[in-house]
Design a protein. Structure first.
Length: 346
């Protein structure tokens, strides 16, 4: 991890465009703006700039006034590019507008550049992510891959750090990214103080994957549709390839081939995906113990559920439940389970 420290206050330039999301703009000013040294001195100077000064539309029902133009980027130690819901960068065909290209050309070599949400499209179009690892909002990941195959996209993480170029996923993951940069610049103690002041965790477990809703698909009029519908009603039971093949009236080999053609997964992968989705629904909506959810979802044991959830989402069942249902849900079970004691967090 590269540390970016300069004499005096570190200048952070926040580049906004029409359609900026107020939350993204606010969180950058909040996180960096309240960072203080042990003596109480501000460590960052945050300046909002645009491609031209004046009123900038937001995606809310109010505009903002930006007094600084792209010349601000020349003096920045860190440049943060925010997303926009109006000038959809996901539809730019991978090219910067002339005004954006001119603005990026003004950035000094060695400046740290970061993006929040789909602002990563701008960094990729500028060629800053070629051959590097990056992330963006999971809803835009497929479009990003198609536009920028030369970028190593990781849609599951909250942020990436390639030294002088960093990217984050959705709006709220901008908080994680800002804390990470503060931590790299000034250490964990100062970053933790900022997190406490903002009442957010200094570090969130897991990644973006746990926030992606993978719906249980309705069976389609396809050759495997009948078998899938049958399986969805029996996820709690041991299901074999022979069982699925029998209900699809085809051989196991043909079933596997048709599953790949119609669903994009093997039958085993599809079953695991549906069982994970069932477990996620139960973790979010019920107070059932982890072991009971594992049985209902078809994993058999709490250990198996923990292993599969950790592999797919990067978190334990109890951590997932705390995120989407709240810690109060655990108190209704009475004695703490092994998962709550941390035995599952392996």
């Amino acid at each position: 991890m590269t540390t970016f420290l300069h004499p005096g206050r570190h200048h952070v330039a926040v580049l906004v465009r029409h359609g900026v999301m107020p939350m993204e703009l606010g969180l950058v000013h909040q996180m960096f703006g309240q960072t203080r040294s042990a003596e109480g001195d501000p460590l960052y100077k945050v300046i909002t700039c645009a491609l031209s000064t004046g009123e900038i539309r937001t995606d809310a029902d109010f505009p903002i006034y930006v007094a600084h133009g792209p010349e601000t980027l020349r003096e920045a130690d860190t440049v943060i590019v925010l997303a926009t819901h109006e000038e959809d960068e996901t539809q730019t065909e991978g090219r910067l507008s002339s005004s954006l290209a001119a603005a990026f050309a003004a950035i000094r070599p060695g400046t740290r550049i970061a993006s929040i949400c789909t602002g990563a499209f701008v960094l990729a179009a500028a060629g800053l992510l070629d051959g590097r690892r990056a992330t963006t909002h999971w809803k835009s990941s497929q479009n990003f891959r198609e536009l920028f195959p030369q970028v190593e996209l990781d849609p599951d993480v909250l942020y990436t750090d390639e030294g002088d170029v960093l990217t984050s996923a959705g709006e709220a993951s901008g908080i994680d990214l800002c804390l990470h940069m503060i931590r790299c610049d000034h250490g964990s103690a100062i970053a933790n103080d900022v997190a406490r002041s903002t009442i957010v965790p200094p570090h969130r477990d897991g990644g973006q994957a746990q926030y992606i809703r993978t719906p249980v698909p309705e069976p389609e009029s396809s050759s495997t549709g009948k078998a899938r519908a049958w399986a969805l009603e029996r996820l709690d039971q041991p299901l074999t390839l022979d069982d699925l093949a029998a209900h699809a009236a085809m051989s196991v080999r043909t079933l596997t081939r048709r599953f790949r053609e119609e669903v994009g997964l093997t039958p085993v992968q599809w079953l695991t995906q549906q069982r994970l989705e069932r477990a996620r629904q139960l973790l979010e909506s019920t107070d059932l113990p982890i072991d009971r959810i594992a049985v209902i979802a078809g994993f058999g044991t709490g250990t198996s559920l923990r292993q599969h959830l950790r592999a797919a989402l990067g978190v334990s069942p109890s951590a997932y439940r705390s995120t989407f249902r709240g810690p109060a849900a655990h108190k209704k079970h009475g004695p703490r389970t092994a998962d709550q004691h941390g035995a599952a967090n392996l």
